[in-house]
Structures are given as structure tokens and as C-alpha cells.
Design a protein around this ligand. Structure first.
Ligand SMILES: NC(=O)c1ccc[n+]([C@@H]2O[C@H](COP(=O)([O-])OP(=O)(O)OC[C@H]3O[C@@H](n4cnc5c(N)ncnc54)[C@H](O)[C@@H]3O)[C@@H](O)[C@H]2O)c1
Length: 275
């Protein structure tokens, strides 16, 4: 068993959505492990503030105002990260947003915007970083943040759950493509449970049902773990070589088992209900 420190210390991490929540927690933990940290986020003032704090603690950082849904913005991120640090050991495709509401009450523009961030953002980052990682020929790690929601169905979250199922499919196929190419890149899918972040409070609710669900989900997150706890468990499992990474591993197993049983019996969709 490897420790995260042995695997990651001295390398460089690129983390998208690093200005808040799980991404900020990952940036702080990567710094604590002795990594250089590239923090990318669309919120430039928050991402600069986090980077400055880490720099003042002795970490080499680069703060980038990046919109992951824009391939050009992501290409600038990759070029800048490689120019400053020479190689990247860890890429975490973490940036993501929510849009609660009934399927047809979420405006179609919002659907497309969410998918272009939550799914397109991962595609853009893989396109810009994987060829550079493969050319470098060094062991690298790519973590794509899905959700336990990527293993389940539920009402009033169609765009988000659709995107998180897609991130799982994308991660499984990327894993197999990397194997087929014989590239020294470990691909993992991260499926967080409840982590106390701003994801729901900063989401746009759509219609009365969307607003109501947003408040309920925000309440649900208040019982979750902290971003610091999530970050530590995520990087420990990545260092151990896991493909499936949970922030609350028992909950992940429960969701996976529930999903597997539903598929095995081809039963109609039903939200996860603990036994
Ligand atoms: N918090 C949870 O309980 C939970 C559970 C499962 C999965 N997740 C996933 O974890 C990831 C992080 O979410 P979080 O809970 O920390 O939310 P958060 O809202 O606290 O942080 C998300 C960050 O992404 C940034 N972002 C949004 N759009 C962007 C864009 N276009 N380009 C770059 N950055 C952008 C935001 O500015 C923000 O800093 C998301 O993918 C989310 O779906 C979270």
C-alpha cells in the first residue's frame, strides 16, 4: 500500500473548481502533501485568494481564471501549467454545477450550460492534458469527479444526474483507452457522498419545485463531511490505485449494490432507499 505522500509529494497538481468546496479542499491537501498546485476556477477572485494563502504557506502555486466549458480556456490552462511546472502528476476534473428542477422546467440553455461544464469540462481537460501527460512518459493520475448520484436516479435533478452518469461512462472508457494505449496514466472516478460545500446554495433553482429541492439538498449537505475530510480520503484512495473512489466508501458500496440489483432485475427507476 502506498501513501499519498510517497506518491504525490514533489509533483504538480492541477485542480479545476479549486476556489470552493471539494476542489479547494483538494488544493489545500495537495499542498499539505508537498505538491505544487495549479488552481483553476471561473471565479478569479476566490481562486486567487486561495492560491495566495497557499503560497504564503510555502507552496508553489499558479491561479488560473479558467472556464472548463471553453476548450480554448482549458488549453491556456494546460499550456501555462506545463510552462511553469514542466510536468503534471495529478489532474482532478472537479468543477461542477447543479440545476435542480423538473426536467422540462430547467431552461434548455441551462441544460446545455450544465452539460458543457460537468461533462464538456472533463472532455476539454482530457483533450488538453492527456497528450502532454503521455508525451512526458511519467506516471500521472487523472481523477474525474462524478457523484454517488452517478449510480442512481432521482426526481428533480435530471441535468445534474445525467451529467454525473456521463462522467462515470467517460471515466470507464478513458480507463480502457489509456490501457489500450499502454500509457502510464491511472484514471479514477470519484463518487462523493454529501460534502459540506456551496454547490446547492449557489445553484439556480428552476420553478417552485427546483427552489424547494435546492433548499432540501442544501440541508442534506449540512450533515455531510468537510471538504478537507473528502480531499484526504480521495487522494489516499488514488495513491492506492483505486478506480472507484468514494468520500464515504460504505455509502458508495450501498449505492452501487442498489444500482446493481435494480439492473439485474430490470426494475423501473426508483431513487436509492437504504434497506
Ligand atoms: N458537495 C457534494 O456533496 C458533492 C457530492 C457529489 C459530487 N460533488 C461534485 O463535486 C464537485 C465539486 O463540487 P462542490 O460541492 O465542491 O461545489 P462548489 O460549488 O463548492 O465548488 C464548485 C467550484 O466549481 C467552480 N466552477 C463552476 N463552473 C465552472 C466553470 N465553468 N469553470 C471552472 N470552474 C467552475 C465554481 O466557481 C466553484 O468554485 C462537482 O463536480 C460536484 O458535482 C459534490
Amino acid at each position: 500500500m502506498s501513501t499519498a505522500h510517497e506518491i504525490f509529494a514533489g509533483g504538480t497538481a492541477v485542480i479545476t473548481g479549486a476556489a470552493s468546496g471539494i476542489g479547494e479542499g483538494l488544493a489545500r491537501h495537495a499542498a499539505a502533501l508537498g505538491m505544487n498546485v495549479v488552481l483553476a476556477d471561473i471565479d478569479s477572485s476566490r481562486v486567487e485568494a486561495v492560491a495566495e494563502e497557499l503560497s504564503s504557506g510555502g507552496t508553489r502555486t499558479l491561479a488560473m481564471c479558467t472556464d472548463v466549458s471553453d476548450p480554448h480556456s482549458v488549453e491556456v490552462l494546460a499550456a501555462s501549467a506545463y510552462e511553469q511546472f514542466g510536468s503534471i502528476r495529478l489532474l482532478v476534473n472537479n468543477a461542477g454545477v447543479e440545476a435542480p428542477g423538473l426536467f422540462w422546467e430547467v431552461p434548455v440553455e441551462r441544460w446545455h450550460q450544465l452539460l458543457s461544464i460537468n461533462v464538456g469540462g472533463v472532455v476539454n481537460c482530457v483533450h488538453s492534458f492527456l497528450p502532454r501527460m503521455i508525451n512526458a512518459g511519467e506516471q500521472a493520475y487523472v481523477l474525474n469527479v462524478s457523484s454517488i448520484g452517478g449510480l442512481s436516479a432521482g426526481p428533480l435533478q435530471s441535468p445534474y444526474l445525467t451529467s454525473k452518469h456521463a462522467v462515470l461512462a467517460l471515466s470507464e472508457t478513458l480507463y480502457l483507452d489509456v490501457q489500450a494505449a499502454g500509457a502510464p496514466v491511472q484514471v479514477s472516478a470519484v463518487l462523493p457522498g454529501a460534502v459540506r460545500t456551496r454547490i446547492y446554495s449557489s445553484a439556480t433553482g428552476n420553478g417552485a419545485s427546483g427552489e424547494g429541492l435546492r433548499d432540501q439538498l442544501d440541508q442534506y449537505l449540512s450533515n455531510g463531511i468537510t471538504p478537507a475530510q473528502a480531499a484526504e480520503t480521495i487522494l489516499a484512495q488514488a495513491a492506492d490505485g483505486a478506480f472507484w473512489i468514494g468520500t464515504q466508501p460504505e455509502e458508495l458500496t450501498a449505492f452501487a449494490t442498489y444500482r446493481a440489483e435494480h439492473l439485474a432485475h430490470l426494475t423501473p427507476p426508483a431513487p436509492f432507499a437504504p434497506a
